[in-house]
Write a protein that binds this ligand. Sequence first.
Ligand code: ZN
Length: 416
Amino acid sequence: MKRTAKLLSLLLCLCCLLSSAVFADAADGRIRNVIFMIGDGMGYNHLKLAEEQGYEIFMDDAPDLQGWSRTRSANKNVTDSAAGATALACGVRTNNRMLAVFPDEAQRETVQPRSLTENAVLHGMKTGIVTTDLTTGATPSGFSVHTLDRGDTESIVAQQLKSNIDLIWGSDESLAPQETVEDAGFRYVATQKALAALTPGTRSYGQFTHSLWKLSLSENTPSLAEMTAKAVSLLTTNNKKGFFLMVEGAHIDKNADDSKDGLKDYPEKVENTSVAVKTFDNAVRAAVDFAEKDGHTLVLITADHETGDLRFEEENGRMTFHSASHTAANVPVFVYGASDLFEDGAEMDNRDIPNLVAKTLGWTERFPVEDPVGTIAAPPAEPETPVKPETSGSFVEKLRDFFLRLWQWIIDFFSR
Ligand SMILES: [Zn+2]
């Protein structure tokens, strides 16, 4: 009896040690990965609109934080997606149509603002860009290139293919020919099957069909949620330095921007905008599911601007569009995976948002960061520094493995 009691207390101690070792790694609070999600044109009322249409919306269910972002550009009260992306990616207020360049002519002759994606590359992190839009759309371009005009497709493709980004996926099979993509060292993917076959370590440029934003897709078209899950799985495998992934649901804006016969509000627009919100929300769900399992991932969800001046109308008892273009209304900021980035409910400038990411990842850089014009961020040479003693994370992993082995030995011992 005495021996059994001793063994039981030994077992209890080991259980405590084992669980603390297992959970210490997840609870060390260190964020290594960021999934930065942009619902293009998504105001808070767009979520309510989708709910009115019968879609269950996850993203504002239980975020760790919710705040508000003020949007405008350097030359207009109402920003376009290019200046909006520049603020979110680089912490710079630039002119409409400009992508990741300074608005001041003299300044931009010598320097360009560094994007979150580029800073992540410089820190040795894996990076990715996923959108329902063209890969050369304003938002993905703001996170991957520097150019004066968002319409400069040729330069955007060329810069993306010269970049050190690991995956760039969007729509339109015709933007960059397969040969050009492969010559640049990227795997060309245009089907669900090709996407599923991608393995970690292979860089890829994806150009799928234009219907990426819809809820029902052809068999060979991946959904935004599937693309997000696949991107995360590719970027996280065999990667201890973390990743930065930008995911855009571009078609909230594209549908809310619409007008028909002079009307700003009509059933088809309401339904299509709601579908685009739901598609994006499904991707948010996939990202948060990963983050919760991983324990080291921040998911930040926001928008570049509001589109459609969507407000509740007493008269018809529902959310109603009052515009067919962008507005200056504040947009929501949801955070999953961190509760100390800002005060819950805070209102912030959209240029502050990249610094939330910098703070979370423990970067010392603060945006805007100036680089010489024409710079392409290159990952640090390997090994980055002489091999350091193991980090605390690796130590904890070793400790956990030791206790897991010990635990197995005890189970074996008692089952003999
Ligand atoms: Zn936009």
